[in-house]
Design a protein around this ligand. Structure first.
Ligand SMILES: [Cu+2]
Length: 307
């Protein structure tokens, strides 16, 4: 069948470009730096909304696509069914997507005070309705990020708010810390976030103080790092340098990421990693300081008086 052949071509093309990018160590920055025209063999274009500009996820509509929640408010509870659509510029539900990291769409849900984080994978029906059960025991306003690539479009991350009714106890942003524990694992995030510059961050995973060297791939990577800017929940999704099975990337204890933060300020970072068959999330607060003012700036200042 012609259509499926074409789709297979797209997917193969995407896989090829993706592999090349990883091989060159170029998989840097947010997920939406993946190619916008998979299969064409063109050099991937970076999303201009990220490099040196705004992070993703700050709007519900971008590039003609809209993230529309069927219901914008629900009662607190466990496994609350959430339905939504991705609409095209004609208001029609999108039914065809290009897979990225094994999924057609990744949904991140986080309460706006940067607690209650979840990264889940909704199910699509053939009318274009996405459905996912979310644990929303804690009331408050949640930011939902839909991270996807529509067939024939570029990768996008759109954001929308979901109001969860009930008694709301906002919590302050946890103080900056580069080390955190989850389920007996201690994870340290080394490196310095510098606004507008790529910096290498290394997550090191210990279990009961022993280095973990048999991390398992989760959605095609040893780690998925989501960074949210504390002020507005601007969204960065970063994947590690290297990938499982490339012969050079170790399965821990260290996972290297190349992170470019869009501005100075506080960020909450969520690292998903898989070990012993369980995906866990380590959470950090880091502050991106001002760029170093001495010695490192090799960019000549623009000559405003030039004649
Ligand atoms: Cu995902």
């Amino acid at each position: 069948m012609k259509t499926s052949t074409k789709v297979a071509g797209f997917v193969l093309g995407l896989a090829a470009v993706f592999t090349l990018a990883v091989g060159a160590g170029a998989l840097v920055g947010p997920e939406n730096t993946t190619p916008d025209t998979p299969g064409d063999g063109v050099v991937p274009e970076r999303d201009a909304s990220v490099a040196g500009g705004s992070p993703a996820g700050l709007t519900a509509t971008d590039n003609g696509y809209t993230f529309a929640l069927d219901t914008a408010d629900v009662d607190a509870g466990t496994q609350v069914p959430v339905h939504f659509h991705i609409l095209d510029s004609d208001g029609q539900p999108v039914t065809r997507y290009i897979e990225s990291h094994d999924k057609q769409l990744h949904l991140i849900a986080v309460r706006r005070d940067l607690t209650e984080y979840a990264h889940v994978h909704p199910v699509l029906d053939d009318t274009g309705t996405w459905t996912v059960p979310l644990d929303l025991d804690e009331a408050g306003t949640y930011r939902l990020f839909a991270d996807f690539t529509p067939e024939g479009g570029k990768p996008l991350t759109l954001g929308a708010d979901l109001q969860v009714a009930g008694h709301f106890d906002p919590r302050p942003l946890p103080p900056p810390t580069a080390t955190t524990t989850v389920d007996g694992y201690t994870v340290t995030l080394d490196g310095v976030l510098v606004p507008d510059q790529a910096s290498t961050m290394t997550a090191t995973v210990l279990r009961d103080e022993h280095p973990v060297t048999d991390l398992q791939p989760y959605l095609g990577a040893y780690g998925h790092l989501v960074a949210l800017r504390a002020t507005d929940l601007g969204y960065l999704h970063v994947h590690p340098n290297g990938h499982p099975g490339d012969g050079i990337t170790p399965a821990g204890p260290g996972i290297d990421f190349s992170v470019t933060t869009p501005s100075a300020g506080d960020y909450r970072l969520f690292l998903d990693f898989r070990h012993d068959g369980v995906v866990r999330t380590a959470e950090f607060t880091l502050t991106a300081g001002p760029a170093p003012s001495t010695g490192t700036d090799t960019t000549p200042a623009p000559d405003r008086h030039g004649h």
